[in-house]
Design a protein around this ligand. Structure first.
Ligand code: NAD
Length: 435
C-alpha cells in the first residue's frame, strides 16, 4: 500500500517507520523543515529506543521517505494518515484541532478518489464528521474518513506498535475497513485483535482508555496518602490488589502524578466533550484535580525534607523526562516540582540521561549535572523524579558520602527504606508508612 503520513512527530514517525517495516511504501510529511532535513540526513528528532535503526533500515530499502511537500507526499497515496498534534487549547482545555483541519484543507487539494483519510491523532468525538464536511466544502468526493487512534507508549513505542494489545478502527464503509485491514495485515496475521467500530466510537475509545489509566494513577496516589496516615505500605497494597485479574498490576505505582503529552490534555478534552454533551464526568474531573494537587504536594514534600524552607538549600534532582526512556518533557511532573523549588529559593542541580536538551528549553536557573553523583554532591536532599533504570542501581553509600543533607526523597519508590538507611540516608518515599 502507498501511505502518506501527515505529521512526523512521535506517532507519525514511529507509525510511518513501522508501516514501512510491514512492507508498505510510506512517505512521512512534516511542515517542520528542520525535522525533515534532519531525517533526510539520518538524524532522529526524538529519542526513542530502536527508532533510528528501524528508520534507517527502511530508508535504505527505499520504503520510507521524508518530505516537506505535502502535495508530493499525498498525491498517489491510497491512505493518508493524519498524525499532527492536538494540544490542549489555552484556557478551556478543549483539543485544539487547528493542525488537523489545516492538514485536511491541504490534502483536499491533491487527494484522489478512493483514498482513505485516517485520523491517528487523538481527536474528540465528531472530528471525523467535521473532516468530511471540510472535504465536501473543498469539493472532494469519493473519499472515506476513518478513525484509527494510536495507543503506543513513548519509551516502548515500536514494540507497542508491532505488538499492540488491540487495533481500533472506526470506519463507516467496507472500503475503509478493507484498506485498514490490508495496512495492518502483518499484525492481523499475528492475531492482534482488530476492533472495527463506528467512527465516533473509535474516537471516544481513545479518550476513555487514557482517562481510565489516569484514574488508576490518581486512585493509587490517594491510597498512598492514606497509607502514610495509617502506617501501611502502598507498594504492598498495590501488589495485593493488582494480582486480582479484575484489577491488574499496571498503572498502580504511586508517585508524583501523571504527566506527558497525552493524559493531561486528553483528560481535559474528555471533560470538554462531556460538558458539551451535558453529561458530567465526575470521576475524570476529580482525577484531574487529584493529579494537579499532587505535583504541589510532592514539591512540598521535598521542602519539608530539607527542614521546611527550601531557601538557600541545594536540591539534587534525578530524572526530568516525564517517564524513563524518552526525552519528552511535555507536562513532565518535574516541571512544577522544580519550578516550585526554584520559586522558594532553592538551588537545583539536575541530571537526566537523555532529556537535557529538551529540559534546557523549559527551565531557567537550574544547573545540569553530568551524572547522578554530581547532582548529589553537597546537596541537602536528593530527589528521584523519573525512574530511569540507571537510578535503580546507584551506590547509595557513595551518594551519601557526597551529600550535605543526606536525605533521599524517592518519589518513585525505587529504593527501600532499609537500603537507604543502611547507606546512611534518611528516606522519604511515597505511601510507605507514616511520614
Ligand atoms: P508531535 O508534536 O510530536 O508531532 C506532530 C507533528 O505534526 C509535528 O512535527 C508538526 O510539525 C507536524 N504538523 C503539524 N501540522 C502539520 C501540517 N499541516 N502538515 C505537516 N505536518 C504538520 O505530536 P505526537 O506526540 O506525535 O502526537 C500526535 C497525535 O497523536 C496527538 O493527537 C497525540 O495526542 C496523539 N498520540 C500521541 C501519543 C504519544 O505518545 N506521543 C500516543 C498516542 C496518541
Amino acid at each position: 500500500m502507498r501511505i502518506a503520513m501527515i505529521g512526523t512527530g512521535y506517532v507519525g514517525l514511529v507509525s510511518g517507520a513501522c508501516f514501512a517495516d510491514f512492507g508498505h511504501e510510506v512517505c512521512c510529511i512534516d511542515k517542520d523543515e528542520a525535522k525533515i532535513d534532519g531525517l533526510n540526513d539520518g538524524k532522529m528528532p526524538i529519542w526513542e529506543p530502536g527508532l533510528e535503526a528501524l528508520v534507517k533500515a527502511n530508508v535504505a530499502r527505499g520504503r520510507l521517505t521524508f518530505t516537506k511537500d505535502l502535495v508530493a507526499g499525498v498525491h498517489d497515496a491510497e491512505a493518508v494518515f493524519i498524525a499532527v498534534g492536538t494540544p490542549a487549547r489555552r484556557g478551556d482545555g478543549h483539543a485544539d484541532l487547528t493542525f488537523v483541519f489545516q492538514a485536511v484543507r491541504e490534502l483536499a487539494k491533491v487527494i484522489k478518489p478512493g483514498t482513505v483519510v485516517v485520523t491517528k491523532s487523538t481527536v474528540p468525538v465528531g472530528t471525523g464528521d467535521r473532516i468530511e464536511a471540510i472535504l465536501r466544502e473543498e469539493a472532494v468526493t469519493d473519499v472515506s474518513v476513518a478513525s484509527n487512534p494510536e495507543f503506543l507508549r513513548e519509551g516502548a513505542a515500536i514494540a507497542d506498535f508491532k505488538h499492540p494489545d488491540r487495533i481500533v478502527v472506526g470506519a463507516e464503509n467496507q472500503h475503509a475497513q478493507d484498506v485498514l485491514k490490508e495496512i495492518y495485515r502483518p499484525l492481523f496475521l499475528n492475531r492482534a485483535p482488530i476492533l472495527f467500530t463506528a467512527r465516533r466510537t473509535a474516537e471516544l475509545t481513545k479518550y476513555a482508555a487514557n482517562a481510565f489509566l489516569a484514574v488508576k494513577i490518581s486512585f493509587i496516589n490517594e491510597i498512598a496518602n492514606l497509607c502514610e496516615a495509617v502506617d501501611a505500605d502502598v507498594q504492598d497494597v498495590a501488589r495485593g490488589i493488582g494480582l486480582d485479574n479484575r484489577i491488574g498490576p499496571k498503572f498502580l505505582h504511586a508517585g508524583p502524578g501523571y504527566g506527558g503529552s497525552c493524559f493531561p490534555k486528553d483528560t481535559l478534552a474528555l471533560l470538554q466533550t462531556a460538558d458539551e454533551a451535558g453529561i458530567d464526568q465526575r470521576i475524570v474531573r476529580t482525577t484531574v484535580e487529584v493529579n494537579d494537587s499532587r505535583k504541589v504536594a510532592m514539591a512540598e514534600r521535598v521542602v519539608h525534607a530539607v527542614g521546611g524552607s527550601a531557601s538557600g538549600k541545594r536540591i539534587g534532582v534525578l530524572g526530568l523526562a516525564f517517564k524513563p526512556n524518552t526525552d519528552d518533557m511535555r507536562d513532565a511532573p518535574s516541571i512544577p516540582i522544580v519550578n516550585l523549588l526554584l520559586e522558594q529559593g532553592a538551588e537545583v542541580r539536575a541530571f537526566d540521561p537523555v532529556a537535557k536538551e529538551q529540559a534546557e528549553k523549559i527551565f531557567s536557573g537550574i544547573t545540569f549535572s553530568p551524572n547522578a553523583y554530581a547532582a548529589a554532591t553537597d546537596a541537602d536532599a536528593l530527589v528521584i523524579v523519573t525512574e530511569w533504570d540507571e537510578f535503580r542501581a546507584l551506590d547509595l553509600k557513595k551518594l551519601a558520602g557526597t551529600m550535605r543533607g543526606k536525605v533521599l526523597v524517592d518519589l518513585r519508590n525505587v529504593y527501600s527504606r532499609d537500603e537507604a538507611e543502611g547507606a546512611g540516608l534518611a528516606y522519604i518515599g511515597v505511601g510507605r508508612g507514616k511520614i
